[in-house]
Design a protein around this ligand. Structure first.
Ligand code: BT5
Length: 324
């Protein structure tokens, strides 16, 4: 059994017997360990931050758990088939989870592999921008996906993920967030989540795709840019990062499978309903130029359709939108 699996199995005893003592004999017999080996693993969990009390004749009890995104804690109770069901790589600190996931994908790690970090020292936004990733409090993860898909259809993946994450936030925090095309999730015009999709492609087809997500969950506002908010700030209570993470993986899997079967069309209406820009007067910045217009539609390839002042319609595939 791998270390991760052993930790998960031991924790299962504690979670199933909350506030009770579980005898070492019972745990070790059930897992086929010696008592000494169980002791060794209990100590490893303690080093991870689990407060486990041992009382002679009674056994062990779990007093508190650390607020960490350990693989065995994310996968506990996760009912997906692919997403998050391969190896979960957890790091205290990384430059960027997207970079790490890219390296792993190049080495052949399968679809559904997840990279999570407690903090990022060079978290990336689009076009070389930074994603501020304070330690503890935020969720920073990247998923390896290997869709059988043409490269020009990739923008829809970002929108599909935005729909999934919006729904997960609604289910866990009861907050109605909106999607600002193409990759932001906002609450009352403040950014709570950003998505960065990077690909490696053959001439026409996607080789693999890295879906990177950053969410301000319990992050103190003073550590974030002025235009940002956190889920804790909006709901006035701490949010379980692990619970939210599991819900996000569940929603992504559902929507990803749907998208692969039926195309973006199946999620387009939901995406449009949640859009914060449709029917608004906007400015679109594309690299060095910008133009104004009214956001009219999101088409089947995920492009934003903007009606310009002269009445013509422009399809925008990437860019920054601001509402005027
Ligand atoms: C994004 O870019 O919003 C994509 C962010 C993706 C971050 C995830 S974290 C896990 C994975 N690994 C990575 O290295 N990246 C991904 P963009 O639309 O370019 O927005 C970037 C802008 O958002 C910055 O220029 C700031 O204005 C703002 N920003 C930076 N950090 C923020 C934060 N924590 N919360 C809200 N806004 C932030």
């Amino acid at each position: 059994m791998s270390d991760v699996k052993i930790k998960k199995e031991i924790l299962r005893f504690f979670y199933e017997n909350k506030n009770e003592y579980v005898s070492g004999e019972e745990i070790s017999a059930s897992l086929g360990f010696s008592r000494a080996s169980l002791w060794k693993h209990i100590n490893k969990l303690r080093l991870d931050g689990y407060l486990i009390e041992a009382v002679p004749h009674l056994g062990y009890t779990l007093k508190s758990t650390p607020d960490k995104m350990y693989a065995y804690d994310i996968s506990r109770g996760l009912t997906t088939d692919i997403i998050g069901k391969q190896k979960i790589w957890h790091y205290e600190s990384l430059k960027s989870t997207n970079n790490r996931a890219y390296e792993l994908a190049e080495k052949g790690e399968p679809e559904g592999t997840l990279v999570v970090a407690e903090t990022q020292t060079s978290g990336k936004g689009r076009l070389g921008r930074k994603w501020i990733s304070p330690k503890s409090g935020g969720i920073y993860f990247s998923l390896i996906l290997r869709p059988d898909m043409e490269s020009d259809k990739v923008p829809v993946i970002t929108l599909v993920a935005a729909v999934s994450i919006q729904r997960a936030i609604k289910k866990i925090c009861d907050i109605d967030a909106g999607i600002k095309w193409p990759n932001d999730i906002l609450i009352d015009e403040k950014k709570v989540c950003g998505i960065l999709c990077e690909i490696k492609a053959q001439p026409d087809m996607v080789d693999f795709l890295i879906l990177g997500v950053g969410i301000n969950v319990n992050t103190p506002l003073k550590k974030l840019p002025a235009e940002a908010t956190s889920l804790k700030n909006e709901s006035s209570r701490s949010v379980s990062r692990r619970k939210l993470m599991r819900q996000i993986l569940t929603e992504i899997e559902k929507d990803y499978i749907k998208m692969k079967k039926e195309g973006f069309i199946s999620l387009r209406e939901e995406c449009k309903k949640l859009s914060t820009v449709l029917n608004k007067r906007i400015t679109v910045k594309e690299y060095s130029s910008s133009f104004e217009g009214i956001a009219k539609d999101i088409d089947e390839k995920g492009a934003l359709i903007v009606k310009k002042k002269d009445g013509s319609r422009k399809r925008v595939f990437s860019g920054d939108v601001s509402i005027r």
